[in-house]
Design a protein around this ligand. Structure first.
Ligand code: ZN
Length: 173
């Protein structure tokens, strides 16, 4: 998926572009390609974005730490405002920039939109917060009970005590 020049999107029929996705997304590790679609609509002062996609990913269980495969189902939508970035910092600039939404959710009207980057962000947001291999995962299974047989070191000690006891018997009182 190539970055889209936003003004060209406005010239399209219905001002909408539907991109079929069947690809590995860079930096987002999946067992299967991410399959689905991204729909980008130019709304004049904003982009109306939607994505429906699926992929199998490998996660690590929070409870038992085992890896397991998970079917990630993405159904996301977002509005990104088209605004000229401020040409010079104004006095209120600092205050505005503290709001992270202002940083992420706007693009220059004559700039580019990269569907791959957006899809990557949406996939990351759709990862389950609580990763469990099964709803009834028992967690980390404790190691097996210690061997009830006496250890080798223990047997060696017993033998030495036996020799000592024999010596003691042979000593004159
Ligand atoms: Zn588990």
């Amino acid at each position: 998926m190539q970055p889209l020049h936003i003004p060209q999107l406005a010239n399209r029929q219905d001002r909408t572009l539907e991109v079929i996705v069947d690809t590995m997304v860079p930096e987002f590790e999946t067992l299967t390609p991410v399959r689905g679609k991204v729909i980008i609509k130019h709304g004049g002062t904003f982009l109306d974005l939607a994505a429906q996609a699926e992929a199998i990913i490998t996660l690590k269980c929070d409870r038992c730490l085992q890896q397991y495969n998970h079917r990630l189902v993405l159904d996301a939508s977002e509005i990104i405002w088209l605004e000229e970035p401020p040409t010079e910092p104004d006095r209120r600039g600092m205050e505005i920039r503290t709001d992270p939404e202002d940083l992420v959710d706007s693009l220059a009207p004559d700039g580019h939109f990269d569907p791959t980057v957006w899809l990557y962000e949406q996939l990351n947001l759709s990862l389950p917060l609580r990763q469990l291999c099964a709803t009834d995962c028992a967690g980390i299974i404790p190691p097996p009970e210690p061997d009830p047989e006496p250890s080798e070191a223990q047997q060696l000690m017993d033998r030495r005590w036996g020799i000592l006891a024999n010596l003691k018997d042979r000593l004159p009182e």
